[in-house]
Write a protein that binds this ligand. Structure first.
Ligand code: 5AD
Length: 346
């Protein structure tokens, strides 16, 4: 089968076989890449027109009890300069964000035991009391069903928990002490509770094959998440993978476009990681089907410390206070910022 025929089938039916996906990943040529990006753009426009949603990202703690081998804030990285924002600091980020036009706040952090259900409930309720129309997205890792439920009942609307890789063995190698089964259980719990849920994976993580990437796509197709975060792996010097090669922007964009075709209504961010390895990464991602950007609303003093990988962007277009610049760049490639909560159409 020709690769263009596989792409046409994907665009038309939102599905194809895993053999076809693997054949495409193994053999796609430059001209066919362009075709894939065009088709993904078409499908996105059918569902979301030329609108790009914006979220304000608040990285509120970089303490983490986990030891993921790729991540700069893993607990074994003694060189990481740890911080956690106070409730007041988080609330003032939220206020500044609302004024700048951000109607979704993403509270992201390491798995920090300081942030108990009680503390988080209090913060969520305060934000919701002040901004009842705005959405709260949590991105705080694995917790129990009961904990997720409490935070949902307190007012959280959405939850991002990337599956990271759908290859069980690779998952185990990358996440000491954790299992793929529990990761998936957490994502399913979140769905059951009623959150709009985001999964996602890294591209180019050492040891990852095209077969593994096909598993990611098949997993996403059956999970039907509302959001999917996809970014290249980028090494961090103070981690066990520090000397490894990072993932490529182009491969990441291929995975984004395929995800758009498989999940036409998903919310797909053009991630900070993609923007960090390619000056035009975010624009290229948007053109290939992404429809969300998540600039940083954290206080300037901590931005550098939330170092998941080296070279992570936190200024310029990644900075929430530069909303006008972000908007101009997005307009320049023919897209428009959508103000509002930007709920999923799934
Ligand atoms: N490179 C790219 N992405 C990373 N993440 C963590 N460490 C890295 C890295 N070194 C991603 C993970 C996590 C998200 C918050 O950041 O996928 O889910």
């Amino acid at each position: 089968m020709l690769i263009k025929e596989i792409i046409d089938k994907l665009a038309l039916e939102g599905n194809c076989t895993k053999e076809e996906l693997l054949y495409l990943l193994d053999n796609i040529a430059d001209e066919e890449k362009e075709y894939l990006w065009e088709k993904a753009d078409e499908v996105r426009r059918k569902n979301y027109d030329n609108k790009v949603y914006i979220r304000g990202l608040i990285e509120f703690t970089n303490y983490c009890k986990r030891d993921c081998v790729y991540c700069g804030i893993r607990r074994s990285n003694k060189k990481a300069c740890r911080y956690r924002l106070t409730e007041e600091e988080i609330l003032s980020c939220v206020e500044a964000g609302d004024k700048l036009g951000y109607k979704t706040f993403v509270l992201q952090g390491g798995e920090d035991p300081y942030f108990t259900d009680e503390r988080l409930e209090k913060i969520i309720k305060k934000i919701k009391r002040k901004f009842p129309q705005n959405a709260i997205t949590l991105s705080i890792g694995e917790r129990t069903f009961e904990s997720y439920k409490r935070l949902y009942d307190a007012g959280a609307d959405r939850f991002l928990l990337r599956h990271e890789t759908a290859c069980r063995e690779l998952y185990a190698e990358l996440h000491p002490g954790a299992t793929y089964e529990n990761r998936v259980k957490c994502i399913e719990d979140l769905k059951k509770i009623g959150y709009q849920v985001g999964a996602g994976f890294m591209v180019g993580i050492p040891g990852q094959t095209n077969e593994d990437l096909v598993k990611d796509l098949i997993f996403l197709k059956s999970l039907q998440p509302h959001m999917v975060g996809i970014g290249p792996f980028i090494p961090h010097v103070d981690t066990p993978l520090g000397q490894c090669q990072g993932g490529a922007a182009e491969k990441t964009i291929i995975m984004l476009a395929l995800t758009r075709l498989l999940l036409p209504k998903a919310l797909l961010p053009a991630t900070t990681a993609l923007g960090s390895i390619d000056k035009l990464g975010r624009e290229k991602g948007i053109k290939a089907g992404a429809n969300v950007v998540m600039p940083n609303l954290s206080p300037n003093s901590v931005r550098e410390k939330y170092a998941l990988y080296n070279g992570k962007l936190s200024s310029g277009d990644e900075a929430a206070e530069c909303r006008r610049d972000i908007e101009r760049k997005i307009n320049a490639i023919g897209f428009e910022i959508e103000v509002g909560r930007g709920d999923s159409k799934v």
